[in-house]
Ligand binder design. Sequence first.
Ligand code: ADP
Ligand code: MG
Length: 475
Amino acid sequence: MSWETVIGLEVHVQLSTNTKLFSGASTTFGAEPNTNVDLIDLGLPGVLPVVNREAFHKAIRFGLATNAEINQVSMFDRKNYFYPDLPKGYQITQMEKPIVGKGSIIINMDGVEKLINITRAHLEEDAGKSIHDLFDGETGVDLNRAGTPLLEIVSEPEIASAKEAVAYFKAIHQLVTFLDICDGNMAQGSMRCDVNVSIKKEGDDVLGTRAEIKNINSFKFIERAINFEVSRQIKILEKGKTVVQETRLYDSVKNETRSMRSKEAANDYRYFPEPDLLPVVISDKELEDIRNTLPELPKQKEIRFIAEHKLEESEAKILASSKAMANLFEDATSKTKDSNLIAKWLVGDVSALLNKDNISIEESKLSSNNFATLIERISDKTISGKIAKSVLEDIWNSGNDVDKIINDKGLVQIQDESILENVAKKIIENNPEQVAAYKGGKDKLFGFFVGQVMKETQGKANPQSVNEILKKLLA
Ligand code: ADP
Ligand code: MG
């Protein structure tokens, strides 16, 4: 029997507003527990929430960038449940009338594009955090995160594999960081998702029963959790049994999903319209202002890079693939005119280092300023390309300043022709056999002499000058 996988994702994006969705408390990450909290976040009786309009503006940016319907009148609802990190006893969310309606996003799988429909994107407040491993036998509660604005983006069940799910999550990550509505920091939980997985017979119209795996926050774990879940469900179906609809947890240590609770239905939450908040009305002017100030998105950047800098399409794609990469490129072009040289280094050596360490530019020690200086030093011939490679590796590991590395290690390129000529003469003197062979017609040996001069000068000789001098001396 052939089976088909069906996946739908609910992605929670933490919006990068300064203050919370309904209170003036700060949203900065890493503060002392329970310090970014005010009366509203504590859920004290008698206090009333006030809507943070900036969160709406950020949600609308997402909606416009995904060609979605924007509901200029949207409403909040109460979702009731009890948990220690939710002091009010309910979460304020948008159920009936979300700010963002149907839209879509294009994902890219090794060059093949696919459109995934987005059902809706609604605003809601985050809960606090229960901390189970800090106090022996007790649970701590940190309410710093309570009330932080989240945009929950719900996809249609149109994702067909673990790899597609990762591509979808990456597309959302790329978009929200380009739109500057989320810092994209996965390790700090700025983006998390619930993965809904079901299996059906190939060609079947009816969807299978789904399991929902909660709260995954890395590309790698999304892929692994889905792969595990798919094979678990297929095993059940092949035995002729049925999959239970439930909420599951992914355990990254054991690489398995485990049942957490049976799936709750909407009526378990007793949703009702939030009585403490009026509907939020977005005026035409407000909407137009947001539309007119939308930042440049990856595709537009790519097209502009090709037009302005005569880059190859493949290069421009890589340079526009993340906000941080595009910033490195553009900051460097403001210092050095040779944009092809900059592109070559980013697409080549920098990308190779990123891949090797499997990190993003934000996580690396490479600052935009330092990279721009490195390119400047190559282009003004202070250092050779070969030395530049080792300087880049040094920056990568130490984060030190380029000029400091060049000075401390004495890496300045030797341009002085008389010095290079002396070195070349010495090499020729010391290698009479090779000289004879070369003059006898073994042209390939030329590289040997270049190599020796480079070795003698510890790679600091200007390669072009070395070539010219050796040609002259060996003629
Ligand atoms: P909730 O999980 O809160 O009950 P929904 O019913 O709206 O919310 O579904 C949430 C997600 O589950 C959506 O992304 C949707 O595409 C996905 N989904 C729904 N049914 C299935 C299914 N049978 N298989 C896989 N995904 C599904
Ligand atoms: Mg769900």
